[in-house]
Design a protein around this ligand. Structure first.
Ligand code: ADP
Ligand code: MG
Length: 558
């Protein structure tokens, strides 16, 4: 039996995979991600959520947004971190699953927003450990959704775009399904956009329109509750209204879909960028998307659905309940991770959600500015991946180079996340700059290796960063490292690639003028691809070039 968890900002769910299928645990599977303090004891789930409007000082919600930060939450006199609070929700889910299946739930796969960085992912692992769970693996939420849909019609092929708008986060992923292989092509998102923001604009609109004071925490919490309920009712009705008692008067609050669309128009606009970025990274146009899958409660809003249709030119699929799909996918992933026989034919690949690279200095006129980010493995690279980059010293006679490894998309490293550092000695050279080849290798477990070679001396040095792996055992780590070795051969040195290059050159030798142009183009194209070190690009070129060469050789032999 394998278990998968969707640890949501708003609601959390646990699924179990058995008899070749995932299903949700418990008759009411959505557990509100809320923690409340009652008579000195902490509780979570529905009972805690009930107390949110009446006891706002003793209740916390939406703490997932603070994962990976030092922020603390006050509950009465107690203070807790987002990790503590998430651990309580996870322990609750563990308990639900254990009592229903009679199985001691320990190994789990937990989903996280694709855009969670390494610190946020570490926080999720820490919460799992604190809840006495063993996080086998974290999976990106939209990837989990795609697995759930992909498995349904695994024999179909094409591109799926997963559009996940939850309570606090927005994720977009593009996944290719092909002969039983699910390959994540690109992920993108906005870590600070979700259904809560739609509630917030409605809350502010109501407060202003009806002159409701929001500095009182209790009134504020009740108005929030009213806004949330009006928002949800607008998903099925064109207008919604409710009474609100405040300071001895009763206000009749009402909202129409049109007004809501107006006040939420900025939020709706923000949905566009991550979709465009994912399409761009996947090198696809919106017409090439075969299926659009909606995930997350906030995709129930008609204004979101029509924006999706407008952007992608097709109506979204609604086969699986948008609230359940991520948890089901996480359950499938748990079975995949454990190599369950039922899923023998399914292969999953994933991409790195972030760019990885080093801090470098750039020259402006005759002075140097430090702290620029130079990516080596770019975001949305299929992992495991291994890439090499040549760096140079900045000063003549420099004897040491300090490499600082960062993760992120910002041009300056100060805005990215530092993962580690290493020093490399280079020979003192007062005539020329020294070059260092740096190879970064990264796999799905989070294992990161840095190998450096000083080109003039061929001296090598390696550092393995394992604190991103979430506590893999020494044995697992050494197995992972072995698996990465084969990737570390530069594609330029790979025998098949060398053979293909030689074949193009041989054909060139026997070809005539106009064919020679074509062959030269083939040579350049292939060399560029080798430089970029993208395995899938290289493989597809190997195939297409070999075919062209076959054709060419038949013509010449004739
Ligand atoms: P998360 O993955 O962050 O836990 P969910 O997928 O459970 O979030 O979605 C929660 C969000 O969905 C909340 O902001 C909630 O207001 C919104 N939501 C749920 N049902 C509806 C509905 N019927 N109409 C509009 N929004 C809804
Ligand atoms: Mg979710």
């Amino acid at each position: 039996m394998y278990f998968g968890i969707d640890l949501g900002t708003t609601n959390s769910l646990i699924s179990v995979f058995e008899n070749g299928q995932p299903r949700l645990i418990s008759s009411k599977p959505m557990v509100p991600s809320v923690v409340a303090l009652i008579d000195g004891a902490l509780i979570t789930g529905d009972a805690a959520k009930e107390r949110l409007p009446t006891h706002p000082k003793d209740t916390v919600a939406a703490f997932k947004r603070a994962m990976g930060t030092d922020k603390t939450f006050k509950l009465g006199r107690q203070t807790h971190t987002a990790v503590d609070l998430s651990a309580m929700v996870l322990a609750h889910l563990k308990h639900l699953a254990s009592s229903e299946t009679g199985y001691d739930v320990s190994d789990v796969v937990i989903s996280v927003p694709a855009y969670f960085n390494q610190l946020q992912r570490d926080a999720v692992r820490a919460a799992a450990l604190a809840a006495d769970l063993n996080p086998l693996r974290l999976i990106n939420e939209p990837t989990a959704a795609a697995i759930a849909y992909g498995l349904q019609d695994i024999d179909e092929q094409g591109h799926i775009l997963v559009f996940d708008l939850g309570g606090g986060t927005f994720d977009v992923s593009i996944i290719e399904v092909f002969e039983g292989v699910l390959e994540v092509k690109a992920t993108s998102g906005d870590a600070f956009l979700g259904g809560e923001d739609f509630t917030k604009v409605l809350f502010e609109h109501l407060a202003q329109k009806h002159g409701i004071p929001t500095d009182d925490v209790v009134i504020k919490a009740r108005l929030w509750d009213a806004a949330e309920s009006l928002k949800q009712r607008l998903s099925t009705a064109h207008e919604a209204e409710c009474d609100f008692v405040c300071d001895d008067r009763t206000e009749s609050l009402s909202i129409s879909r049109d007004t809501f669309s107006d006040i939420a128009s900025n939020l709706v606009r923000r949905l566009r960028l991550p979709v465009e970025r994912a399409l761009y990274d996947a090198k696809l146009t919106s017409q090439q998307i075969d299926k659009v899958v909606l995930v997350g409660g906030a995709t129930r809003m008609p204004l979101v659905r029509s924006q999706v249709s407008r952007m992608l030119g097709k109506l979204p699929e609604v086969g699986i309940d948008p609230d359940h799909v991520v948890a089901l996918g996480a359950g499938i992933q748990a079975a995949l991770t454990a190599n369950d026989a039922a899923l023998d034919d399914v292969v999953m690949t994933d991409v790195s959600a972030f760019s990885l690279g080093f801090s470098i200095s750039r020259q402006f006129g005759n002075r140097y500015e430090h702290g620029f980010f130079e990516p080596v493995i770019e975001r949305n690279t299929v992992i495991p991946a291994s890439r090499e980059h040549i760096f140079q010293t900045v000063e003549l006679g420099q004897t040491e180079v300090h490499f600082e490894l960062y993760q992120g998309e910002a041009p300056r490293v100060q805005d990215n996340i530092k993962l580690g550092a290493m020093k490399v000695k280079v020979p003192r050279n007062s005539k020329d700059y020294e070059s260092i080849a740096v190879r970064l290798s990264y796999d799905t477990s989070g294992l990161l290796e840095v190998d450096t070679t000083v080109l003039s001396t061929q001296k090598t040095q390696s550092v393995t960063i394992t604190d991103l792996t979430g506590g893999l055992s020494a044995r697992e780590i050494s197995a992972r490292k072995k698996a990465l070795q084969s990737l570390k051969v530069h594609p330029k040195d790979n025998e098949d690639n060398l053979a293909l290059l030689a074949r193009i050159e041989r054909c060139y030798a026997m070809a005539l003028a106009e064919d020679r142009n074509q062959l030269q183009n083939m040579l350049l194209t292939f060399q560029y691809a080798l430089d970029r070190q993208n395995p899938s690009e290289i493989q597809s070129l190997q195939e297409s070039l070999s075919e062209q060469l076959d054709q060419f050789e038949t013509n010449y032999v004739r």
